[in-house]
Design a binder for this molecule. Structure first.
Ligand code: PLP
Length: 414
């Protein structure tokens, strides 16, 4: 009899965005004439930067005259060298091209890397957080049952207004720590001193940090670190995820990378150290055959002078949206963070997030993302995304105002 992986039975609900999509579809079926403005899912609205598109087209044409065949599983050197030089060495981070593994997405990397670790390690992750970290560990059997909104056996690093959405170090020893900055969903960022504490913690506990920097391109504040490898000591205890999805508009094109320094160690049951880079290379060689050649050429073009300029302009555009959302929401008297170094605005609604979601959907025709889907700390929050057209954002804000003003007045009077 073919038996299932029963850890899947522990998954407490369908994936957050599927749930949102279902509610929106139901609303649209009931109100076919109402135009819905989607401010929920963090998907790009701009096409590929022209420099990336031109490189993509050129590479596809090249494939008509030359068999590209299987490429290197780790990614083509032309791309890995650009990444190492621009994203790390230019900022003083000691990362070499052969420590970079090109992939089809940070979602895959985040989901795949955990298979290199033992079943019984202690996992710590941010609440609220990107659901993939938690759910892939549930699938792998590293958690107990789901009770009172949480999985047993997981250490939740709470990010709340009380700690300015920067989690404190865990009170108990943990082995694998997921950190995401700029954060999805809160938009919070971590400064070098805070990040140094986590690196020191990982070094003291022989732990590993999985640092997700998918939103690095949105950092405006020059004083903030863009990579964990800008922090002394991180090379021994951290891996980093980066993606072209949100920076260069590759959500549909698919290209990302993971940095696994050669100095990172993991330990077997006897306490003997092993090289994590070698393990990941072994895993990739067995299970992955690399990313489409033309996609890697398109990603390479993101580092050309034109590509960089075009990307800057697109990011500036999204950040103007973020600025507008944050200003308008704050003017309505709701506490909001994010939107300054990240494309997300995290709003304290003062009531149940799904109820607020339904109010915005039914009364304003605007879709946001309920914070509940990111963890228990998101229960009264919603996330609004800045990935949109400016006119749509203006329209959404105009529709939201009359819906929220009476609610705010009632709250103030009550
Ligand atoms: N990491 C975070 C924090 C994200 O929010 C997302 C996508 O929304 C990803 C990773 C996935 O990125 P990719 O498109 O490269 O799979």
């Amino acid at each position: 009899m073919i038996r299932m992986n029963e850890n899947y039975l522990k998954l407490h609900s369908s994936y957050l965005f599927r749930r949102v999509a279902k509610r929106v579809a139901e609303f649209q079926n009931a109100h076919p004439d109402q135009e819905v403005i989607r401010m929920g899912i963090g998907d790009i609205t701009h096409p590929l930067p022209p420099a990336c598109l031109a490189a993509f087209e050129k590479a596809v044409k090249e494939m008509a005259t030359r068999a590209t065949g299987y490429g290197p599983a780790q990614g083509y050197p032309f791309l890995r060298e650009k990444i190492a030089a621009h994203d790390f060495q230019a900022r003083g981070a000691d990362i070499a091209a052969d420590e970079i593994f090109v992939s089809d997405g940070s979602k895959s990397d985040a989901g795949n890397i955990q298979e290199l670790f033992a079943d019984n390690i202690k996992v710590a992750l941010q609440d609220p957080g990107y659901p993939v970290y938690l759910e892939t560990n549930v699938m792998a059997g590293r958690t107990g049952a789901f009770e009172n909104g949480r999985y047993r056996g997981v250490v939740y690093l709470e990010s709340t207004a009380a700690n300015h959405f920067i989690p404190r170090l865990p009170a108990e020893p943990v082995d694998l720590i997921y950190l995401c900055f700029p954060n999805n969903p809160t938009g919070a960022t971590m400064d070098a001193a805070d990040l140094q504490q986590w690196v020191d913690y990982a070094r003291d506990n022989n732990a590993l940090i999985l640092f997700d920097a998918a939103y690095e391109a949105f950092i405006r504040d020059e004083n903030l670190p863009r990579s964990i490898f800008e922090i002394p000591g991180a090379r021994e205890v951290a891996v980093e995820l980066r993606s072209f999805s949100k920076s260069a508009g590759f959500t549909g094109t698919r290209c990302a990378y993971i940095v696994v320094p050669k100095s990172c160690r993991v330990y077997d049951s006897q306490g003997t150290a092993h090289n994590l880079h070698d393990l990941w290379q072994r895993r990739q060689a067995t299970k992955f055959n690399g990313v489409f050649y033309a996609v890697q050429r398109a990603a390479e073009a993101a580092y050309s002078p034109e590509g960089r300029q075009q990307i800057r302009e697109i990011i500036d555009y999204y950040m103007a949206n973020a600025d507008l959302i944050r200003r308008e929401i704050s003017a309505l008297g709701l506490a909001a963070i994010g939107g300054e170094n990240a494309p997300y605005i995290w709003i304290n609604t003062g009531r149940d997030a799904w109820e607020f979601f339904d109010t915005l959907l039914h009364q304003a025709g605007v879709v946001c993302t309920p914070g509940t889907g990111f963890g228990r700390c998101g229960e009264n929050y919603v996330r609004i995304s800045a990935f949109n057209h400016y006119e749509q954002v203006q329209l959404a804000m105009d529709r939201i105002k009359p819906v929220l003003q009476p609610i705010r007045k009632a709250c103030a009077a009550g």
